[in-house]
Structure formats: C-alpha cells, structure tokens
Design a protein around this ligand. Structure first.
Ligand SMILES: [Zn+2]
Length: 314
C-alpha cells in the first residue's frame, strides 16, 4: 500500500461477520452487510476508501467494556450446531462468537488507524451490532458493545481524554449507556423513539448522557431540531478529541422497526453536522459503526448517504 492510499478513509469489514445468523426471516440478517457493500461499490465510494479486514478483538480489549467472565462466557457459548438462545430475539450459531469478536475488532483497528495512523475517518460495516450489549448482558441482537470497546481502547490504550459517542439508531443504546455512564472522559448524545425496545433512556441521571426521546412520527424537522438544540451545544462545550457514531438506520421511514420517519437526506444532514464539529475540534476524526437498519434497500441507500459525507465526497 502506498502512503497516499493508507491515508484514505478506512472501510473495515470481515466475511466472518456474515456467518453469524439467527434463523430464516430474522431481520438482523447477513444480507445487511452485502447490500451495504454492494451499494458502496456501485456508488464508487469504495474507490475513495482503503479496505481492511477486521481483526479479532482480544479478551483484554473486550474486557475494557465488559466483565471478563462475561467475555469468556460469550466466547465459549457458540453451539456446535443449531442455535443457543440468549433472549427471545437473540441467539448464537456456531459462528457467532467469532463474528462478534471481528465486529469489536473492527473498532479496535479503526481506532488505531484514526488515532495513530493518520487516517481521517473510518466506517465499520459489521454485525452483530453492539449498542444494546450491556457490561454483562447480551440482548437485542447484540453480544459485545463494539463501539464501547473502541472508545475504551482510545481512552486506555491511546490515552485520549475526551471522546464523544453519537447514537442515532431508532432504539436507545442502553448497553452503551450502561457501560459508559458516569465516565467523565465520554459524552454520549443519543436520539431514539419513545416507547420502543428497550424502553429506557428517558430517565437517565448520568451527567455525561445527553438523551433525546422523540415521539413516534416526529419526522425530519423534529429530528434536526433536536440535533441542533441538544447535541451540537453539548458537543461544542465538550470539544471531543475523537467522535464515534453508533450508526443505526432503523429510523428510516421504510423500516418497520421504528416510526420516526427519517430519510436519506436526514442521515446526510446529521453527518454533515458531526463532520463540522469534528473539523473544529479533532482534525475531522470520526469512526462510524453499523448498528441497526433492517429495510435492506433503505439501509443501503442511507449508509451510502452517510458514508459519502463522512469521507468528504458530498
Ligand atoms: Zn435499532
């Protein structure tokens, strides 16, 4: 790889992330990653990115966000065949532990590249997602909290002091809040739909949590007003050294999981706002990782709109 290629925005994924599956008709399906990959390729966006295979996160790296007993339990829980169920909506097949280790490993690599490698930004096309995974609990399609693992790596391995986490998935990121609440080095800004799984987030008492619950059918204007009024002042004041995004796209109006009614233009708009903050405070450094998003066509289009802005092509 030439020097100029190595400084392109990073695209991080791994084929192992497609071997985890939770049964026919489960919405959190392997095709989510392939439709995104195909769309980024078709749109020519991968021509402007450097592609990387996600490494396996180590037990030590995972244990910065989870208890070691929990980490070892998940790594040993994949069944020889069939499924091992962990909640009504979440189960493991023989490849799940490996996929989860790759998904978290993507955030480790992204952090190393962006913090220490001169890479401007990264998008991690990964599954299983992570933001519902708590310190010692798997739930909501999630096993390891990928973004929290990346954030703790930035803080504890690279020595950063202020990291922001943005979560625009339609569901509240209860796992990220569970792990990161009251960590003064982290400021988490989230928007979610009130009344949806996991029915949390409205009554947070942690001073580093900036949660905005929006009612169903709020639409684009309410979303943008909430970002402008609640997130952007909090981010300006905090002056983060690095921004992570839990990028879920299930608030899209074509996605049956939620009812906020967002469209691709909203994902491009919010990404522009975050790029502006990053340019002012942290040399544009942003790491984005896939969370939810289940309507395959809308998912692929929304990710393309997000990534195009993230890499400065829009
Ligand atoms: Zn979601």
């Amino acid at each position: 790889m030439t020097r100029s290629e190595s400084l392109l925005p990073a695209y991080i994924t791994h084929v192992d992330c497609m071997r985890h599956e939770m049964g026919a008709d489960h919405p959190e399906c392997p095709e989510r990653l392939s439709v995104i990959n195909d769309m980024l390729l078709t749109k020519g966006l991968l021509d402007f990115m450097s592609s990387h295979d996600a490494p396996l996160a180590t037990e030590l790296q995972l244990a910065r966000a989870h208890s070691l007993e929990y980490v070892q339990g998940i790594l040993n829980a994949s069944p020889e065949s069939g499924y091992h169920r962990v909640d009504p909506d979440t189960c493991m097949n023989p490849f799940t532990a490996n996929a989860a280790q790759r998904a978290a490993g993507a955030l480790i690599l992204a952090t190393d590249l962006v913090v220490a490698g001169g890479v401007p930004s990264a998008f991690c096309n990964i599954r299983p997602p992570g933001h519902h995974a708590e310190r010692s609990t798997s739930m909501g399609f999630c096993f390891f909290n990928n973004v929290a693992v990346g954030i703790r790596h930035a803080l504890e391995h690279h020595g950063l002091e202020r990291v922001a986490l943005i979560d625009f998935d339609v569901h509240h990121g209860n796992g990220s809040e569970d792990i990161l609440q009251n960590d003064p080095r982290v400021r988490m800004c989230s928007i979610f739909e009130i009344g949806l799984y996991p029915f949390s987030g409205e009554n947070s008492t942690a001073s580093n949590m900036f949660n905005v619950g929006l009612p169903a059918r709020s639409g684009s204007d309410a979303f943008r007003e909430a970002v402008s009024a609640r997130w952007l002042p909090a981010l300006e004041e905090f002056a983060p050294q690095l921004i992570y995004i839990s990028a879920g796209f299930d608030a899209h109006r074509e996605d049956d999981m939620g009812n906020l009614g967002l469209v691709e233009a909203d994902y491009a708009w919010v990404t522009h706002q975050l790029v502006n903050v990053a340019n002012r405070h942290c040399q544009g450094r942003i790491i984005s990782a896939l969370e939810g998003g289940y309507a395959l066509s809308a998912l692929a289009r929304s990710v393309a709109a997000h990534v195009k802005v993230l890499i400065g092509a829009d």
